[in-house]
Design a protein around this ligand. Structure first.
Ligand code: NAP
Length: 485
């Protein structure tokens, strides 16, 4: 995709020199360069290498811009990165927790350390001039939108989608019925979930929904704890998983395999595991006409899986079951079995019913955004209504990430999303929509005054160093502090 320069640029020609094929015109050797208000990218010459994009700076704001970003996950930090590419911009990144990185720290599974390596990029962003943290500050409780709006030119909300969607099935309130989002937060050491009781004393766990979160949860439940002990999994979760009696995790998809929400790389990763068996319950039909290459590959892989348990009885397994939904959860004081209704091709009219004993049920049917005080909210979609990141009816307020576009996509998706929102902020700064910074002064000092108990960047670095040092001595990437932070 060739990029198009849509606004007057900074004119330092860094992007022109970065281009390996001289596609950005006019270049500084051309006499037109001096008078050009805008450069353009010649689509015939451009090879779409992206070298220019990382350097392109929009017209810098004509006055100093101070921006509060609420949320220190990938969306918030990518927004900080985009803003700090401009001259004269400072950002303060707020988070309710005393540790940053959102779902990279408390969502990405501990056995996916390659994905977590994005934290190296986050450290580079933190080191940019003008970057500040105010961690451990709950916006909406200890500081309100109106106060932030008075102190900053713009406030960008990157609060994500931290709630789980509720499964409306009789018996869902029984002990032992929980959610994958809570389970994930627990094994990742989220401070809100450290004392959760996760009952792993039964043979079978049923997971409802078959997205990547469900696959993560199923994999962690069936992985050898000795392998997990080499990751940054929370100590309390490792201890519980060492005592686990779970042998089988059944992952229920309400639709057929062609609609399975887990992605091809996750399936490939699962099938590459030697320490667990992956089984498909039932036949996998031929790919539908509309299937793309990825889906055809996914269905071929599913078809290659055994349909019956084959490995040694001691082996743990994951069963992928399609066209199946829980009809009700049954139990006296605790869930004991799941009544499942299945209706796939070849099922009798009305489908079939099955009773599956299980001691733990995790609903994994997607995340949901929560309302933000003072901002409009769309309860059906769980997002803040916006136009290109600008919050509807509230000038100076912006959204980015899952609270903007819903709980979809990967970490990198937030980069494009952040660029769109930051472009809106910069356009509003240039056109005079945003108010000047008030009060003047050093932002680091002001933050210490406004939030004396907050965790700033040096303090977070001390926590980070201590966690990594603790991990090093145990042969792990880090040992997380899960409380008293
Ligand atoms: P998701 O991908 O949206 O999957 C939700 C699942 O829940 C789907 O199978 C959906 O089925 C099902 N579902 C929804 N409502 C249901 C209901 N009422 N009853 C039964 N099933 C229901 O959500 P997610 O797994 O939470 O993942 C969120 C995002 O994070 C995704 O974009 C995901 O790719 C990403 N993520 C990526 C990774 C990774 O790359 N390793 C890891 C974790 C998460 P239907 O399709 O029929 O609606």
């Amino acid at each position: 995709m060739t990029h198009v320069i849509t606004q007057a640029c900074c004119g330092d020609a860094a992007c022109v020199f970065a281009c390996p094929v001289n596609a950005i015109q006019p270049n500084p050797d051309d006499e037109l360069f001096e008078s050009a208000e805008m450069l353009y990218i010649d689509p015939k010459t451009c090879v779409d290498c992206g070298a220019c994009v990382t350097l392109i700076r929009l017209n810098p704001p004509n006055k100093p811009l101070r921006v509060a970003i609420v949320g220190s996950g990938p969306a918030g930090l990518y927004a900080a990165d985009e803003l700090l590419k401009q001259d004269g911009v400072e950002v303060a990144v707020y988070d309710r927790l005393s540790v940053p990185y959102g779902l990279v720290r408390s969502g990405v599974a501990p056995d996916h350390q390659m994905t977590k390596a994005v934290d190296k990029l986050f450290r580079d962003i933190e080191d940019l001039p003008g970057f500040h943290y105010a961690l451990g500050v709950d916006v909406g409780t200890s500081v309100h939108h109106e106060e932030l709006a008075a102190r900053y030119s713009a406030v960008i909300y990157a609060t994500g989608a931290s709630q789980d969607r509720v499964l409306q099935v009789p018996g869902a309130d029984l002990p032992g019925v929980s959610s994958a989002t809570r389970f994930v937060a627990w094994y990742n050491g989220h401070p809100d979930h450290g004392d959760a009781h996760v009952d792993l004393s039964h043979r079978r766990v049923v997971i409802v929904g078959n997205g990547n979160v469900a696959i993560d949860a199923a994999r962690i439940l069936t992985t050898d704890p000795d392998a997990l002990a080499r990751t940054d999994i929370a100590d309390h979760a490792l201890a519980a998983l060492r005592q686990s009696k779970v042998e089988e995790v059944v992952v229920l998809g309400r639709r057929g395999p062609e609609h399975a929400a887990f992605t091809l790389p996750e399936l490939v990763g699962l099938m590459a595991r030697r320490d667990l068996e992956v089984v498909v319950a039932g036949d996998i039909p031929p790919a539908p006409e509309w299937a793309d290459v990825q889906l055809r590959h996914k269905l071929d892989l599913l078809r290659s899986l055994p349909t019956e348990h084959q490995a040694a009885p001691s082996s743990r397994r994951i069963v992928l079951q399609f066209w199946s939904s829980p009809h009700r959860f049954v139990g006296q004081d605790q869930v004991e079995e799941v009544e499942i209704r299945s209706a796939g091709p070849g099922s009798p009219p009305g489908g079939t019913s099955d009773h599956l004993p299980a001691g733990l049920v995790l609903s994994s049917i997607g995340y949901q955004g929560s309302p933000i005080a003072s901002l409009p909210f769309d309860p059906d979609r769980g997002v803040v209504p916006h136009v290109r990141g600008r919050v509807e009816g509230l000038p100076g307020a912006y959204v980015v990430g899952w609270i903007k576009r819903g709980p979809r996509g990967f970490i990198g998706t937030n980069k494009t999303c952040a660029r769109e929102t930051v472009n809106s902020v910069l356009e509003d700064a240039t056109s005079g929509v945003l108010e000047p910074v008030s009060p003047a002064g050093d932002l680091g000092q002001l933050l210490r005054q406004w939030h004396p108990d907050s965790v700033d960047l040096p303090a977070w670095r001390r926590i980070d160093d201590a966690e990594i040092a603790h991990g090093l001595s145990a042969g792990r990437p880090r040992v997380k502090l899960t409380s008293a932070i």
